[in-house]
Design a protein around this ligand. Structure first.
Ligand code: NAP
Length: 273
């Protein structure tokens, strides 16, 4: 059966695909007929997702330029083409006030969240897309356009990714479309410290009454990557359950910001804030 998304026979690279949103994106791309090459740092996670979803995988960090080149080469070698790049891997560290942020860890956030997406698009452009065309989807965040407690490094780097998306969209048109998807709070490991305690309270403050599931984001990513979005480039698709419009819906305080103030990711240096 031909996929309604027109992705049959296309080849995609998805970063940060061993769990959460990246895994759901991989699953949705495969279901839409695409062949997918996945990456993440943990080799066990990469081989598991590759095996379970029928993808190929290469473990490594997107912070390593050599890994991004190897990923591009593997995709070309396996599939003979690279039609879609989904830049999904990210870090939300360093967490805490910016005055306490270690500049080396700040730089690391930009390496993973901004520099790696640019490098991977450069690789794919030079190897295939520049001649044959394609689509890039960068996974950003609902929080990229405003400030929030303790997420200064994450928010600043994601704001840069949003800008990078638009800049590349202009530079790579008409061959390659470049868009982003900005999720609100989604049930994944990265955001567990925000949603796990008191999920009902967070959900009640959202106009659509629940937090996001990885599949909510995956559907948007696949749609933007597909021919159904052929006249869309430089766009940011907000998939946030109404987070941005909550002020017109409820007068209660924003529970996510309350959580960001009072909780921290498990790896965060608690002495820093
Ligand atoms: N969850 C939310 O509420 C939310 C909200 C807004 C935006 N987002 C965005 O959604 C995207 C996916 O996040 P998620 O929530 O799905 O997180 P997640 O469940 O923690 O998954 C993150 C994935 O990225 C991989 N990864 C992390 N650092 C990497 C690196 N340096 N190189 C290669 N892979 C790396 C992880 O595997 P390894 O650890 O094995 O590397 C994992 O596969 C991110 O861009 C995030 O900023 C999430």
């Amino acid at each position: 059966m031909t996929s309604p998304y027109g992705l049959t026979g296309r080849a995609a690279i998805v970063t940060g695909a061993s769990r959460g949103i990246g895994r759901a994106v991989t699953e949705a791309l495969v279901r839409a007929g695409a062949r997918v090459c996945v990456t993440a740092r943990d080799p066990g996670g990469v081989s598991q997702v590759a095996e379970e979803l029928g993808a190929v995988g290469l473990a490594g960090s997107v912070a390593e330029p050599a890994h991004l080149r190897a990923l591009t080469e593997l995709t070309l070698c396996e599939f003979g083409r690279i039609d879609v790049v989904v830049n999904n891997a990210a870090t939300n560290e360093p967490y805490g006030p910016l005055m306490d942020a270690d500049p080396d860890r700040w730089r690391e956030a930009f390496t993973v969240n901004v520099e790696a997406p640019l490098r991977l698009v450069q690789c794919a452009w030079r190897a295939w897309m520049g001649e044959h065309g394609g689509a890039v989807v960068n996974v950003c965040t609902e929080g990229a356009t405003h400030v929030g407690p303790n997420v200064g490094a994450y928010g600043t780097s994601k704001a840069a990714l949003l800008h990078l998306t638009q800049q590349l969209a202009g530079e790579l048109a008409p061959k390659v479309r470049v868009n982003s998807v900005s999720p609100g709070l989604v049930r994944t490991e990265m955001a567990r410290f925000v949603w796990e305690r008191g999920e009902d309270e967070v959900a009640a403050g959202l106009p659509l009454g629940r937090i996001g599931e990885p599949e909510d984001i995956a559907r948007a990513v696949v749609w933007l990557a597909s021919d159904a979005a052929e006249w869309i480039t430089g766009a940011d698709l907000l998939v946030d359950g109404g987070t941005r419009v909550r002020a017109a819906h409820t007068a209660t305080a924003y529970a996510v910001h309350e959580r960001l103030r009072s909780q921290a990711p498990p790896d965060a240096d608690s002495s820093a804030y």
